[in-house]
Design a protein around this ligand. Structure first.
Ligand code: UDX
Ligand code: UDX
Length: 461
């Protein structure tokens, strides 16, 4: 079969968490499009071409196997891919800068820039370039300047098409999105390019859910979406501290407040704080932008969302200390869960990292258990002073411990035999439920001193 049965050729640069699943879904819904995913990492591409995919997402593998080798291809030949493509998605990573100006806050755009230069060097025909990676507002301008510099007759149209996938539900989020956002320059050629991308998404997304806007709105909307979600978590966590003092129950408050249809019930779960690769990074990036434009009060407002999150993690540790007679020196503490949320082994910016470091600083003996994240936990805590043991079996992690601190709400933690665990622990036995995940009354009846988040403690001591 020749390639000419395809109406368009798509290239995606970056075969990571975003690029791989996104292109798999596109290839499934658009059999008339030829999709190639390229990456600088040979190892990653080899894994995408094998049965051992580099990432786990529910539903990904079945969908990939349906189209791989038909209209979905993985390769390291980036330059050939660029030369042949009509539409190029850029989904290389955009980490927070770790050096120089803006370190710790601004986005490191070196991979985006390198990719733009490579596109320019190998494009021989007009292309649409789509920003999929999350980047600062007006980054498209930089990309545009690079692509149109020098004497090249090739024309590029730049679109912004941010992803809104959450880990663990990435495929579902892509298949039935609340919205697809496409930003473009509002010139005739910009709008024409935008319509090309609308046409692609219309293969499965109803037209009314495809939102179009100018480029800067689209870039900013991605940052704002994550900032608003994180802000809700910090809002409810701030109320959790007030509940603990006043005898109110944060779960009941969230339910009552969330019933107001203007507020809504989602993202109001109090806990030890948010983690993950996006929230902190995107808010810090937005704060950096605000400061760049001299909007200090706006920057300060959003900084509070991050500060409150840090406070929430600190507060969790302080509560442990206070309950345990102000010292955890040499006391065994079992940390239940290390991943930033359940159903993933991902520990990027996980609250467990911060909490572990604080507890180790207090010289506790930490026993960390997690069904999928122990390898990452080891890497995250490498070089940190203190006594840490990594134990896949939660029963062993809790044996002889003074306290259990639940950090990630893995389903299996609900189904453990807590009578058995209680018997094996030092007394008085404490349990800090950082996600309000367990049956607190039952645990109290067994004999535990139970400390939920945002609810009064149930204690025997
Ligand atoms: C994505 C988005 O791109 C990022 O902006 C968002 O904020 C988080 O999610 P993600 O897919 O999670 O990034 O990153 P990662 O899994 O690290 O994948 C990026 C891939 O790009 C890697 O496989 C890397 O090898 C590749 N890459 C990087 C290139 O192919 N070329 C480069 O120049 C740089
Ligand atoms: C997020 C966004 O949801 C997604 O749209 C975006 O594209 C990428 O960033 P993700 O980081 O995968 O996705 O996870 P998410 O489910 O949003 O959870 C983030 C963190 O918030 C987790 O640590 C979670 O435990 C915490 N959280 C979430 C709460 O503490 N309370 C809540 O009510 C919801």
């Amino acid at each position: 079969m020749g390639d000419n049965k395809f109406v368009k050729k798509i290239l995606c640069i970056g075969a990571g968490y975003v690029g791989g699943p996104t292109m798999t879904v596109i290839a499934n819904f658009c059999p008339d499009y030829h999709v190639t995913v390229v990456d600088i990492s040979q190892e990653k591409i080899d894994r995408w071409n094998s049965n051992d995919l580099p990432i786990y997402e529910p539903g990904l593998k079945e969908r990939l196997l349906k189209v791989r080798g038909h209209n979905l291809f993985f390769s390291t030949d980036i330059d050939k891919g660029i030369a042949e493509a009509d539409i190029i998605f850029v989904s290389v990573n955009t980490p927070t800068k770790t050096f120089g100006e803006g370190a710790g806050r601004a986005v490191d755009l070196q991979y985006i820039e390198k990719t733009a230069r490579r596109i320019k060097a190998h494009a021989r025909s007009d292309k649409i370039v789509v920003e999929k990676s999350t980047i600062p507002v007006r980054a498209a301008e930089t990309i545009d300047k690079i692509l149109h510099s020098g004497n090249n007759s090739v024309k590029f149209e730049i679109l912004s098409n941010p992803e809104f996938m959450a880990e663990g539900t990435g495929i579902k989020d892509m298949e039935t999105p609340d919205r697809v956002l496409i930003g473009s320059m509002e010139t005739p050629s910009g709008i024409k390019a935008r319509e090309e991308l609308v046409k692609l998404y219309e293969h499965w997304v109803p037209r009314e859910n495809i939102v179009t806007s100018n480029l800067w709105s689209s870039e900013l909307s991605k940052l704002v979406s994550n900032a608003f979600l994180a802000q809700r978590i910090s809002s409810i966590n701030s109320i959790a501290s007030l509940c603990e003092e006043t005898g109110a129950d944060v779960h009941q408050v969230a339910r009552a407040v969330g019933k107001d249809s203007r507020i809504g019930p989602k993202f109001l779960k109090a806990g030890v704080g948010f983690g993950g690769s996006c929230f902190r990074k995107d808010i810090l990036n937005m704060i950096y932008l605000c400061e760049h434009y001299g909007l200090q009060p706006v920057a300060d407002f959003w900084q509070q969302v991050v500060d409150l999150n840090d406070y929430q993690m600190r507060r969790f540790v302080q509560r442990i200390l206070r309950a345990m007679f102000n010292s955890v020196v040499d006391k065994k503490i079992a940390l239940f869960g290390f991943a930033f949320k359940p159903d993933t082994g991902d520990t990027r910016d996980a609250p467990a990292i911060y909490i572990s470091k604080m507890l180790l600083n207090e010289r506790a003996q930490l026993w960390i258990t997690d069904p999928h994240a122990l390898e990452n936990a080891k890497a995250d805590l490498e070089g940190v002073d203190g006594q840490v043991t990594y134990e896949p079996d939660p029963y062993k992690a809790a044996e002889g411990a003074h306290t259990i601190a639940l950090i990630t709400e893995w389903e299996e933690y609900r189904n453990l035999d807590y009578e058995r665990i209680f018997k094996s622990m030092e007394k008085p036995a404490f349990l800090f439920d950082g996600r309000n995940h367990l049956d607190h009354e039952a645990l109290f009846q067994i004999g535990f001193n139970v400390y939920p988040v945002g609810k009064p403690a149930r204690t025997h001591v």
